[in-house]
Design a binder for this molecule. Structure first.
Ligand SMILES: Nc1ncnc2c1ncn2[C@@H]1O[C@H](COP(=O)(O)OP(=O)(O)OP(=O)(O)O)[C@@H](O)[C@H]1O
Ligand SMILES: [Mg+2]
Length: 690
């Protein structure tokens, strides 16, 4: 039973032969396919060995082949089924280990360098001394106003006032206004610094991520990147500058109080020193665990984000296989993994708070007991009162100081993590000023590969093992080979998405590795295996740089067979494109990518399975259009559908990363033992089954 769909309706349904006899749409599809097959007929008919147009001849061996294969699989399969699955799992795990590494995290103390670099991030650090100055002045004025009140007011009843009440008030108000002004200036400076530093860091990180080589994206799950650019960045945006400011102000306040106390009741210092030592000890004990917990916490957030985005992207598949529960469970498991260090981290801070509070309460009680137990007259009551009040205040200040430092240290880990991403090694420079190709380059589109070796990472095996050949300018080159033979890798090397590990690519006498990436990539055009559309409109996707007129865009659309579809839409060129182009079929996406290439008019065009998802009739038409539109261009076509490349000027057969054959298709077809011939006969066998 076959069904023919047209414009969203089933126009025909029935058995293959009935449909064929009925003519119309199904017939059109089949005849387009046959037409494509016929283009391969030359060279085969002469011998009669391979006759794709005669189905029965080919059908028998292919069926028996399949049967053989099936038998082999079932024989081997039964005995080694479980072992096979285990091996597969193991090898998959090994592969995973190799490609996706564990998220890196620092150990031990946050380096002082992180603090210093962060402080120097905005306005070259010039605001930091101003912030400290403003805070110090605020503190000095605060102390001065208290001191003024204490000095100018009569100490006891009947004392003559030292100044008139008007002077007292005016001076006090001036001091109070002065201190408010400085605290305002400090807040303003902290906010300004925080904003500028956050922006700088974000842009730095974003640049590094955008300029990262492809291997970085291969080995880094998107959740990790999202975690750093969202969660860590929001800590930098909203928290760190204020925590840094807060820490500076508590430090200055503490110093102020110690200074005042050493002047007024210096004896209290005897108590302060051991207490400070006890606090420091607790802080060091706490911070060692808390720092690591915060780092683990940050790392544990990435898998949650990653699974979430992955589940949303694959919602249809998950529902299709009824695996909602499994994903839900995994999500809960990952949330638990995240919540565990979070809970421990919260418990740790409670641990510290409890001990600090206990310490200050005990110290206070001890002071009180001693002061009370002094015989009357040994110490002045006013002095005792002052000592108790300041001692208590100092205790509280000290705990706050320690806490603010701990919180700062926990938060600064976000900056540390962002700096890690600012150090990702970049791809080669976009433009190399003293090595720019002429604007007309490449004039001929001559591509020469010399002993080209490529691998995806240093610790992975070579994918291309020394490929050497010349693609003459203006010729149509077909690249064929089995899945995984390295066809797409060759193209990626041409665009330098992966830098060659050895050998050279010379395009029109210029070494592609010597020039800037922008110069290279802007002169080449590609229709990738996996066409990417961006959220926006059709116009934006076809002409992202807005360099072309509507007229030209329409012409390109006509040529790539999309004119009618777009014209039938209400918004025409402004028809919406959803995320990943999900509202367009894969074939249509490929056609839009073709339109993009038509508009770009580059000398060298690469098609990586560009028409794999369009029907044969459209494919034939597109091949014709490419031939006429890119007449003088070098066109490299990768295709599994052999008819797509059969009329190329040259055909390259890749096998396990090496050139197996490279010649004109006619000559390759003459040699009955050639790999190309084998691919052709396989394809025609498959095709003739229809
Ligand atoms: N990003 C990657 N990281 C590591 N290895 C990769 C990567 N991409 C491809 N490979 C490996 O490189 C080899 C060649 O892959 P490539 O994509 O070039 O094959 P292909 O010939 O284009 O296959 P197909 O016809 O299926 O598109 C494969 O063995 C594959 O496992
Ligand atoms: Mg490929």
């Amino acid at each position: 039973m076959a069904q023919v769909l047209k414009d969203g309706h089933i126009t025909q349904a029935g058995k293959y032969d009935d449909l064929l006899q009925a003519g119309t749409d199904f017939n059109a599809l089949v005849s387009a396919h046959n037409e494509a097959i016929e283009t391969m007929d030359f060279g085969e008919d002469s011998d009669g060995d391979i006759a794709p147009s005669v189905p029965n001849k080919r059908l028998t061996p292919s069926v028996s082949n399949i049967d053989n294969l099936k038998n082999k699989v079932s024989e081997n399969g039964k005995s080694s089924n479980t072992r096979g699955i285990k091996d597969k799992k193991k090898s998959e795990e090994r592969k995973k280990k190799r490609t996706v590494q564990e998220e890196e995290r620092e150990r031990g103390r946050v380096s002082l360098n992180v603090y210093l670099t962060y402080m120097g991030e905005a306005y070259k650090g010039s605001l930091i001394p101003l912030i400290v100055l403003a805070q110090t002045l605020f503190q000095v004025l605060q102390i001065a106003s208290n001191w003024w009140m204490a000095w100018a007011n009569p100490q006891t009843e009947g004392d003559a006032p030292k100044t008139s009440s008007v002077v007292l008030l005016v001076v006090y108000m001036c001091l109070a206004f002065g201190s408010s002004l400085f605290v305002f200036v400090r807040s303003l400076l902290v906010a300004t610094f925080g904003l500028a530093a956050a922006q700088k860091l974000f842009i730095k990180m974003l640049r590094c991520v955008f300029r990262a080589p492809m291997s970085f994206f291969d080995t880094t799950p998107s959740g990790r990147i999202l975690n750093r650019v969202s969660v860590d960045q929001s800590v930098v945006d909203l928290d760190i500058a204020f925590r840094l400011g807060g820490f500076a102000s508590t430090t200055i306040q503490l110093l102020g109080i110690v200074a005042v106390m050493s002047k007024v009741t210096w004896q209290v210092l005897f108590l302060i020193v051991p207490m400070a030592m006890a606090c420091m000890w607790m802080q060091r004990y706490y911070i060692a665990s808390s720092r690591e917990l915060t780092r683990i916490l940050s790392v544990q957030k990435s898998p949650v984000i990653h699974l979430f985005s992955e589940s949303i992207a694959g919602a249809a598949t998950i529902r299709g296989f009824g695996q909602e529960k499994r994903f839900m469970k995994r999500n809960l498991y990952l949330l638990d993994c995240f919540a565990r260090p979070l809970f421990s981290s919260l418990a740790a801070i409670e641990w510290l708070c409890l001990r600090m509070e206990l310490l200050s309460t005990f110290v206070f009680a001890f002071c009180m007991a001693i002061l009370v137990s002094f015989p009357p007259g040994t110490i002045e009551p006013s002095m005792a009162g002052l000592a108790v009040t300041y001692g208590l205040n100092l205790n509280a200040r000290m705990s706050r100081w320690i806490l603010s430092f701990c919180k700062l240290e926990n938060r600064i880990i976000s900056v540390e993590r962002i700096y890690q991403y600012c150090k990702i090694p970049s791809e080669a420079p976009l433009i190399i000023e003293n090595c720019r190709p002429p604007s007309s380059w490449p004039e001929n589109g001559n591509i020469e590969l010399i002993d080209l070796k490529v691998r995806y990472k240093d610790d992975l095996p070579f994918v291309l093992h020394g490929v050497s050949c010349i693609f003459p300018g203006g010729k149509k080159i077909g690249i064929v080979g089995r899945t995984g033979s390295g066809k797409s890798t060759l193209i990626q090397a041409l665009f330098r998405l992966i830098e060659p590990a050895g050998g050279k690519i010379i395009i029109d006498n210029i070494d592609a590795s010597a020039i800037g990436l922008h110069d290279l990539r802007s002169r080449l055009s590609i229709i990738p295996q996996d066409p990417t559309l961006f959220e926006g409109t059709i116009r934006m996707n076809l002409d992202p740089l807005e360099e072309r007129s509507d007229q030209e865009i329409w012409e390109a659309l006509e040529k790539c067979q999309l004119g009618e579809v777009i014209r039938s839409k209400e918004e025409k060129l402004d028809s919406p494109v959803l995320e990943n182009g999900d509202n367009w079929s894969v074939g249509q996406r490929q056609l839009i990518a073709l339109g993009r290439a038509l508009l770009k008019q580059a000398r060298i065009l690469v098609l990586d399975e560009a028409t794999a998802s369009v029907d044969t009739a459209t494919d034939n038409l597109i091949q014709k259009i490419i031939r006429s539109e890119f007449r003088d261009c070098t066109v490299c076509t990768i295709a599994h559908r052999i008819p797509t490349v059969i009329d190329s000027d040259l055909v390259m057969v890749l096998s396990d990363g090496k050139i197996a054959e490279f010649d004109t298709p006619q000559r390759l077809l003459e040699d009955k033992s050639s790999m190309f011939m084998q691919l052709v006969s396989e394809y025609s066998t498959r095709a003739s089954c229809i």
